[in-house]
Design a protein. Structure first.
Length: 304
């Protein structure tokens, strides 16, 4: 899908004209990829890298444009269950045009950051800045899901919630890698401020992006470490819950077996005491109850 925008009075306005300077390709078709390669002279390998979710963030300088790839969280969907993924976004800066390609279809210019834009460089920096906050939003969601699973694991005997926690841990590993590569990217942008012709205001904004990305990485690292440490603890809780259940079942089983043995002993087809006694039945039931009471006293004394 193709969207076209133009900067009008410091605002991004969607356009229908073919000469719109800002082009956004969501999950481009083969025909659209061919159009980008032939008309904008975008390197085919770089274009494929911009659509590869496993590609690392980087910046490349071509004769007629600057190619930049950064990472962002993939838009969450129900079919992804609790596995949070990352995706790549490619930004190609020309003198008169700006081309953005991504496999993830989402509102690209949402948020108050885009209420006022001044240039292509400004849009680029705000896209990277928005991806940082997108990561932070997902980290908060992961934290909420983790708290919910912790409460369920406390009383659960299944491995389901442990597997879910492992999936969240895997998501955090991908997030840490993506945030780290974005950090390398913004550092390179900082070193090439003059080459990219960033204004003083844009350079200051880039410093804020570096700080925010560092804080985002540390927060993701803290979540990952906490989740990893909780995995072992939660596995022990599940095992302990199973042991408690087995102990309860053993008490019930042995408690039933003791009176059963007493009754069975007086049910043999041989001569036994009280065989002709008129109250033999109640005497045997009494012995059975005494055996149960004695068993529980013994169990309590041993503190089993």
């Amino acid at each position: 899908m193709l969207q076209k925008y133009k900067i009008i009075e410091h605002r991004l306005v969607e356009q229908a004209e073919n000469d719109a300077p800002i082009l956004i390709f969501f999950n481009p078709t083969e025909e659209e990829r061919k159009y980008l390669v032939e008309n904008f002279l975008i390197d085919e390998h770089t274009l494929a890298s911009a659509l590869d979710p496993d590609e690392l963030s980087r910046i490349e300088y071509e004769p007629n444009h600057v190619a930049l790839i950064y990472k962002k969280p993939k838009s969450f969907s129900a079919k992804d269950t609790i596995f949070f993924k990352v995706t790549s976004v490619g930004v190609f800066l020309f003198k008169e045009h700006m081309v953005i390609v991504t496999n993830d279809e989402y509102p690209l210019f949402e948020g108050k950051q885009f209420s006022k834009v001044n240039s292509f460089n400004d849009i680029l920096l705000k896209l990277v800045y928005r991806s940082i906050f997108h990561f932070l939003e997902h980290l908060r969601a992961i934290n909420m899901v983790t708290d919910e699973f912790q409460q369920k694991i406390n009383t659960s005997l299944e491995n389901k919630y442990l597997i879910d926690l492992f999936t969240l841990g895997k998501s955090l590993v991908y997030y840490l890698n993506a945030i780290n590569t974005n950090g390398v990217l913004v550092e390179k942008l900082k070193m090439n401020t003059l080459k990219l012709r960033l204004t003083t205001e844009e350079a200051e904004f880039l410093d804020d992006i570096i700080i925010e990305n560092t804080q985002c990485y540390r927060q993701a690292e803290i979540h990952s470490n906490i989740l990893a440490s909780l995995m072992d603890a939660r596995a022990s809780i599940v095992s302990n819950n199973l042991n408690v259940l087995m102990k309860t079942l053993n008490i019930i089983t042995i408690g039933i077996m003791v009176p059963t043995f007493v009754v069975s002993a007086f049910s043999m087809n041989v001569r036994i005491p009280f065989q002709t006694h008129p109250h033999a039945f109640w005497m045997i039931m009494g012995l059975a109850m005494v055996s149960v009471f004695g068993f529980f006293l013994f169990w309590k004394k041993k503190k089993w």
